[in-house]
Design a protein around this ligand. Structure first.
Ligand SMILES: Nc1ncnc2c1ncn2[C@@H]1O[C@H](COP(=O)(O)OP(=O)(O)OP(=O)(O)O)[C@@H](O)[C@H]1O
Length: 298
């Protein structure tokens, strides 16, 4: 898939199993939205084949549309319409919509039901967009960055709703650049970078099979200058110390109990107070870093 000379998707090949939640994970500009828009029939690829529920999304658009739900980035709603009014209207276009009041309640939109769309907060607009995508009981729903801009509680509510949708037998394809979202929700994750597929599998498949684990250290006050170098010197050459921000860093390597004890001793010597010290396995973010040499969060 190209935009003029710009290659947005390059030989991307992936499948989605019915009834699953599939996450397309990648940094900004990786090609996630283009992938969804191509599946939704908004874009026709210059080469390659796309089938959605066995149909060609461009040629068979009329047959496909009633069977899929789409949540676009930025929703596509009318700015003056009231939230619940708009949802009722979308529901009325479908043969067997879900109960609008229940959906409104479920997504915490009851308090802002009479608010015009343009006055909703970013998170409320996102939730309304999701409600409009699922209200028609689609077989398959595409959701683009469902929790972008939401506070932690709204994110968890959205995750719960997407899991509920999946329990009802609906296939969910979502894009995200939050690895915790993919880890939490997805049965299968496709990691894409610069328009190419770099890895596919369940979160467990992608993160296991390695002796490498991770220590995350969060401190209460900014690290002293030169902290990564001095911690590396204290831990030896087998580990990699990455400063995430002025209050947190990640140690990757044979992160066992003795490394944990040495990190803790280093904190004492440096006069920094740990807020948390967490030993875990590799995250999807680490997998992405291994595969591409770059951070996922950009
Ligand atoms: N209409 C367009 N015209 C030209 N280039 C485009 C257009 N839409 C996207 N691109 C480019 O194609 C590439 C893929 O963009 P896309 O929006 O699919 O990425 P994304 O992974 O969804 O990013 P984000 O997380 O920022 O939404 C990017 O380099 C982007 O700049």
């Amino acid at each position: 898939m190209r935009y003029g000379d710009k290659v947005a998707l390059d030989g991307l090949s992936l499948e989605v199993a019915r009834g699953s939640i599939t996450a397309v994970l990648g940094p900004n500009g990786a090609g996630k939205t283009t992938t969804l828009e191509t599946c939704e029939g908004y874009r026709r690829p210059q080469s390659g084949t796309v089938r959605v529920l066995g149909l060609d999304p461009v040629r068979d658009r009329r047959a496909l549309l009633p069977r899929i739900g789409v949540m676009l980035q930025g929703s596509g709603a009318w700015s003056g319409a009231r939230a619940v009014e708009m949802l009722r209207h979308v529901a009325s276009l479908h043969a067997h919509p879900v109960d609008v009041d229940l959906l409104v309640e479920r997504l915490g939109l009851a308090d802002c039901g009479r608010t015009p769309y343009r006055r909703l907060s970013g998170g409320q607009q996102q939730r309304l967009g999701l409600a409009m995508a699922v209200v028609g009981r689609p077989e398959l729903v595409f959701v683009d960055e469902p929790t972008a801009g939401m506070d932690p509680q709204a994110r968890r509510d959205t995750w719960a709703l997407l899991e509920e949708v999946r329990r009802d037998g609906v296939t969910v394809v979502l894009t995200t650049h939050y690895m915790d979202e993919a880890e939490q929700l997805a049965d299968t994750v496709h990691i894409i970078d610069r328009g190419r597929l770099v890895a596919s599998g369940s979160p467990t498949e992608l993160t296991r099979g390695s002796q490498v684990s991770t220590i995350r250290l969060v401190v209460t006050r900014p690290f002293p200058p030169g902290a990564p170098a001095s911690l590396t010197a204290a831990l030896g050459p087998d580990v990699v110390v990455r400063l995430i921000d002025e209050l947190s860093l990640v140690v990757t390597g044979p992160a066992d109990a003795s490394t944990l004890a040495r990190v803790s001793r280093w904190c004492e010597e440096q006069g920094v107070l740990p807020e948390s010290l967490h030993l875990g396995t590799r995250s999807l973010e680490d997998v992405f870093l291994d595969l591409t040499g770059r951070e996922l969060a950009v």
